[in-house]
Structures are given as structure tokens and as C-alpha cells.
Design a protein around this ligand. Structure first.
Ligand code: ACO
Ligand code: LMR
Length: 265
């Protein structure tokens, strides 16, 4: 008879044992035949669901609009310096990716969790902001180095317009906007940033697409899955910056000493 032995690994998303790989039970030939998109594949492998078309299209829009934000941001800067140190593509990519975190691109999950908790508990936006301030914390999803009320972030506008046309509900995004209205009274760069926009709209998407229970939405947010979207998207730009530097055969980077205040005394 068969002897049962405990396996070392349990996996629930894909299977490579047959003739062709299965993504959540769907053969990749069918994925191609059905013209599933990258957004659909992400939904299958990350969220274990086939999402409605409007939802997977939104995921793809996030990937497109966050793919790059020029050479000056933390991630691209690290990647450029690494490429100029003669390192391989993967090192350049990883060097850039390692800057993604609470200040840069990695505030999506916390923004989503905080906006959701605040709205679900009926906390008014001003009380929400002042509570965080009392705790010495910044509002995740709010604030930008160069974007202001007068120089708005086009990416936020594009995602918001799409959501207005296609989402069944936008209550978490509207809450995030109300938080922004309050923080803008303090300083004009305390705008709803791309992390806060993606975070709040993804809570709206997950909550209103009809594919997840309330508990499942909470679990997805706690997994830290949403920051994965920024990581995936920005990898496109980071690889681009590494190739760009290599193509131009840029020399080793050394930061100009006259741009450093040597405060050694
Ligand atoms: N909540 C509350 N107050 C804030 C916030 C915020 N999110 N951001 C800035 N401030 C206030 C603070 O009082 C800060 O003073 P402090 O340094 O004494 O705390 C003051 O504004 C000045 O901040 P700035 O110089 O304008 O902004 P800074 O360059 O320090 O920060 C940053 C920009 C990192 C994006 C910041 O706004 C922040 O931490 N936001 C929350 C995290 C976040 O959403 N990051 C994702 C940004 S989008 C992206 O990276 C793709
Ligand atoms: C980004 O997308 O990298 C940013 O919004 C951060 C920045 O400072 O531009």
C-alpha cells in the first residue's frame, strides 16, 4: 500500500508536474487562449481569484503608472550608482528594490490598512490625522517631495478617473481624499500620494469586486501583498535605468565632495 509521508512544503497556487504549468489550476495554454492579461495572472497567483475584467485592468494600470518616476528617486538612484560600479543586472535591480519601504513606494499596505480601519470605525479624517500626530507617526499614503496641491500627481488623477468610471464603490478612496483635504491645510505637499491612492483604491476594489469576504480582504492586507504591486511595477523602470547606464558605458559614480557638508568637528 501507499505510505503517507509528511511533505516539507505545501503550495496552493501553481503546479508544474504535468505537461504544462497550471496557474491556480488553469493551464497556461488556456491563460493564453482566453487572452488573460498580466493583471489576471497576478490575480490568480497573488489573490487566488479570477477577478472581473475592470479589476484586473486596474491592476495593470497601477503597474503602468508606477513603472518609473525618473532617475532622481531613491530606487533609480541606487540602481544607477550600482550599474556604474560595474555590477550585473540583478544586483542593480536588487540595489534599487532595497530602497522600497515606508518612505518610498512601500507605504501602500499601511495606507490601505489605516484608511480602512479609520473609515470602518467611523473616525473623522481630522481626528485620524491628529491621532497619528500625537503618536509621532506620519500618515502613510500622504506627502510627496515634489508634488503639491498646485503641481498635482497625474498618476493619482488617472487612477481616480478610471475608478470613477469602473469601480462599484470608492468609499475608501473618498476617505483618503478627505484626509488629504485636511493635511493640505497644514502644508501644500501633504497630498494623497501614489502609494495612498493605490492603497485606498485597492481596498475599494477588493471590497467591492464580489470575489472576497470582509475577512479575506483583511487577510490580503495583512499579507503585505499590495506593496508587491509597486515592487513589480518599479522593477520595470529599475531594469530600464540599469540598461540605460550600461548602454552608455557610464563610469564609476563618485558623489561630488562639494555637495557634502563635512561636519566632522
Ligand atoms: N504625515 C504627517 N506629516 C507629514 C507627512 C505625513 N505623511 N509627510 C510629511 N509630513 C510633515 C512632517 O511634519 C515633516 O516634518 P518632520 O520631518 O519633522 O516629521 C514635514 O512635513 C516635512 O516633510 P517634507 O520634508 O515635506 O517631506 P519629506 O521629504 O520628509 O517626506 C515623504 C516625504 C517621505 C513621502 C513623507 O511625506 C512621508 O513619510 N509620507 C508617508 C509615507 C509615504 O506615503 N510614502 C510613499 C510616498 S510615494 C512613493 O514613494 C512612490
Ligand atoms: C515615485 O514614484 O518614485 C515617487 O512618487 C517618489 C518621488 O519622489 O518622485
Amino acid at each position: 500500500g501507499h505510505i503517507r509521508k509528511a511533505t516539507h512544503i505545501v503550495s496552493t497556487i501553481s503546479d508544474d508536474r504535468g505537461e504544462e504549468p497550471l496557474y491556480l489550476g488553469i493551464p497556461i495554454s488556456e491563460v493564453i487562449q482566453q487572452e488573460m492579461s498580466i493583471g489576471d495572472v497576478i490575480s490568480l497567483l497573488w489573490f487566488k481569484r479570477k477577478l472581473p475584467r475592470w479589476a484586473s485592468k486596474f491592476i495593470e494600470m497601477c503597474l503602468i503608472v508606477a513603472a518609473d518616476h525618473g532617475p532622481c528617486v531613491s530606487g533609480a538612484h541606487n540602481t544607477i550608482v550600482t550599474a556604474r560600479a560595474g555590477k550585473d543586472l540583478i544586483s542593480c535591480l536588487c540595489s534599487g528594490l532595497l530602497t522600497i519601504g515606508p518612505r518610498f513606494g512601500g507605504a501602500i499596505d499601511d495606507a490601505a490598512i489605516n484608511f480602512k480601519k479609520a473609515l470602518d470605525n467611523g473616525i473623522p479624517p481630522d481626528v485620524f490625522v491628529e491621532d497619528l500626530k500625537r503618536q509621532g507617526r506620519r500618515v502613510e499614503g500622504i506627502g510627496h517631495r515634489i508634488k503639491t496641491a498646485e503641481n498635482q500627481d497625474k498618476r493619482v488623477e488617472i487612477l481616480c478617473q478610471y475608478a470613477k468610471q469602473h469601480f462599484p464603490a470608492m468609499k475608501y478612496f473618498n476617505y483618503a481624499r478627505a484626509v488629504e483635504s485636511y493635511t493640505l491645510q497644514k502644508a501644500n505637499n501633504l497630498v494623497l500620494n501614489i502609494d495612498g491612492c493605490i492603497g485606498s483604491l485597492l481596498v475599494d476594489l477588493l471590497s467591492s469586486c464580489g470575489c472576497f469576504s470582509e475577512q479575506e480582504v483583511k487577510e490580503i492586507l495583512e499579507l503585505g501583498a499590495l506593496n508587491g504591486l509597486f515592487v513589480l511595477s518599479r522593477s520595470i523602470g529599475l531594469i530600464g535605468h540599469a540598461l540605460d547606464q550600461k548602454r552608455m558605458k557610464q563610469p564609476l559614480y563618485r558623489h561630488p565632495a562639494d555637495d557634502v557638508l563635512y561636519a566632522t568637528e
